[in-house]
Design a protein around this ligand. Structure first.
Ligand code: NAP
Length: 489
């Protein structure tokens, strides 16, 4: 296999719009630059869709829907399996692309390829298991049959933080269910999705089933809204911020569109007095530092029992302080840059705000000088509840630690947020682990572990963190309608 270099992967990615099985230029010739967050320099330009291109993508998805829904499940399963094999075989290439456009280290990007590809394998196995049921009405007079059918053409809007996996988590079940789709990747990271479109075409996904259109920051809403309001679209699935999710749900309400929303988080990380502290620190490193803290699942608030807070904070600060910051493609680097300048400015402002309100910096606390959007891994102690970071997603490598005294206080603090995606609990007491899991108002709970994401599990949140689930047995249901047929005897 040819050596994967920065130049070779960037050159190999198609830079156009993928509509109806073909690559084409944008109808008005507009392009956007894709930057390397480690240097701030432009990597390449890609075409962005106009309103007319968006309409053409929907036309293609609608035209392909009937045949695609009739394609035997085994055939769709084989396509997904082939996509899994291909993605796995080309892991280095996809990892390099993600590192270049998003910033995380190559090791982390490889991890995302494994995670992202697994959605194709998982849903290839689910494709042939879709079924309805057959029963007798209680009065015995009729028979009740249910069948599962694809929802239909689906618009998928994805974020920049996991450029591959946030796409495969939607594309996998849509292919399995028999839905056609239009994918709109984030403007900071379109390259990974463009490369994936090419891969899916190569393995034989029919023309029109998958359409990928990048859009530019300024025109995204203008291109997406007519699609969402078009009665031919049957579903919108979005992963991104809660404010944008709210706006999209409003637009979707016009057509009573099926929606899945994977939105923001504000994850609490609870460490109880009986916890294995080394294990809690290990878990904290994963929950905080995976993806440079730019994950909806990132631990955003650390609540530690007062009797173990000093030991935990000191241990975490030591581990965070030892991390090496640098360009994600460089050997020996642990932490890459944040995605762009606004992201770094936001983290800087949140830390400055917390410190002004009384937080102590145990390690880090600033952005290093020089090019790129880096921020030092940071641990803050005594963070007051009035700090903005207690309510907002930090989306960076900053761990704010606060203490608690009782289990009731821990629950109150943890649930005191509009979000409800994931929470983490570290304890050796089985009863406490169960009662906490029940009391925490979150879609997911990690017990003695800092990562919950797993293609075989239902990922998703409650409250302002979203509606619907991705992955697991639940993931395919989001792309299926249940039809009931009543049969009189
Ligand atoms: P974002 O600003 O909401 O953008 C997400 C996507 O929405 C991008 O593709 C963006 O396109 C698009 N978008 C923005 N405005 C739009 C509009 N008016 N109409 C249609 N599409 C629009 O979020 P982000 O900063 O990329 O991602 C970070 C957020 O995602 C965080 O809040 C994080 O918690 C959340 N997230 C959630 C999950 C989960 O599973 N719950 C997973 C990962 C991330 P442009 O780039 O073209 O603007």
């Amino acid at each position: 296999m040819a050596t994967v270099t920065q130049k070779s992967v960037i050159e190999s990615v198609p830079k156009g719009l993928f509509i109806g099985g073909e690559w084409r230029d944008g109808s008005d010739g507009e392009m956007i630059a894709v930057d390397d967050p480690a240097t701030g320099r432009v990597l390449t330009d890609v075409a962005v869709a106009s309103v007319a291109d968006g309409a053409a993508a929907l036309d293609a998805a609608v035209a392909a829907q009937t045949d695609w829904a009739r394609t035997p499940p085994r055939d769709r399963a084989e396509l997904l399996r082939a996509a899994f094999e291909q993605l796995t075989a080309r892991a280095d290439e996809f990892a390099m692309l993600m590192t270049l456009e998003m910033g995380k280290t190559l090791a982390e990007s490889r991890g995302e390829v494994t995670y992202g590809a697994e959605f194709f394998r998982w849903f290839s196995e689910e494709t042939v298991r879709v079924s309805g049921r057959w029963s007798s009405a209680p009065n015995g007079a009729t028979r009740l049959m249910t069948m599962k059918q694809p929802v239909g053409p689906t618009l998928m809007i994805t974020p920049w933080n996991f450029p591959l996996a946030m796409g495969t988590r939607k594309i996998g079940p849509a292919i399995a269910a028999g839905c056609t789709m239009i994918v709109k990747p984030a403007s900071q990271t379109p390259l990974t999705m463009l490369a994936l479109a090419d891969l899916l075409r190569d393995v034989g996904v029919p023309a029109g089933v998958l359409n990928v259109i990048a859009t530019g920051r300024g025109r995204t809403g203008a291109v997406m809204e007519p699609l969402i309001r078009d009665p031919r679209l049957r579903k919108l699935t979005f992963t991104g911020s809660t404010p944008v999710g709210r706006r999209l749900m409003e637009q979707a309400s016009q057509q009573i569109l099926r929606v899945s929303m994977e939105l923001g988080g504000n994850a609490p990380f609870l460490v109880f007095e009986d916890a294995d502290i080394d294990r809690a620190i290990e878990g904290a490193m994963l929950a905080k530092m995976r993806n440079i803290g730019e994950a909806c699942t990132a631990a955003n608030r650390f609540y530690v029992h007062e009797s173990v807070a000093e030991e935990f904070s000191a241990g975490l600060a030591k581990r965070m302080g030892a991390l090496v910051l640098g360009k994600g493609t460089k050997k020996g680097v642990d932490v890459g840059p944040l995605v762009d300048e606004p992201a770094r400015d936001k983290v800087t402002a949140l830390v400055d705000d917390a410190v002004t309100k009384g937080a102590r910096v145990l390690v880090g606390g600033s952005a290093p000088a020089g090019p790129g959007w880096f921020y030092e891994p940071t641990v803050l102690a005594d963070v007051p509840s009035s700090a903005d970071m207690a309510r907002e997603e930090i989306f960076g490598p900053v761990a704010p630690v606060t203490t608690f005294r009782t289990d009731a206080e821990a629950i109150r603090l943890a649930n005191d947020t509009e979000y409800g995606l994931v929470s983490y609990v570290f304890t050796r007491d089985l009863t406490r682990a169960i009662t906490m899991s029940e009391a925490l108002e979150y879609g997911m709970v990690g017990v003695n572990q800092g990562i919950v994401s797993n293609p075989a599990a239902p990922f998703g949140g409650v409250k302002a963190s979203g509606v619907g689930r991705e992955g697991g047995f639940e993931g395919i249901e989001e792309y299926l309608e249940t039809k009931y047929v009543g049969i009189a005897l």
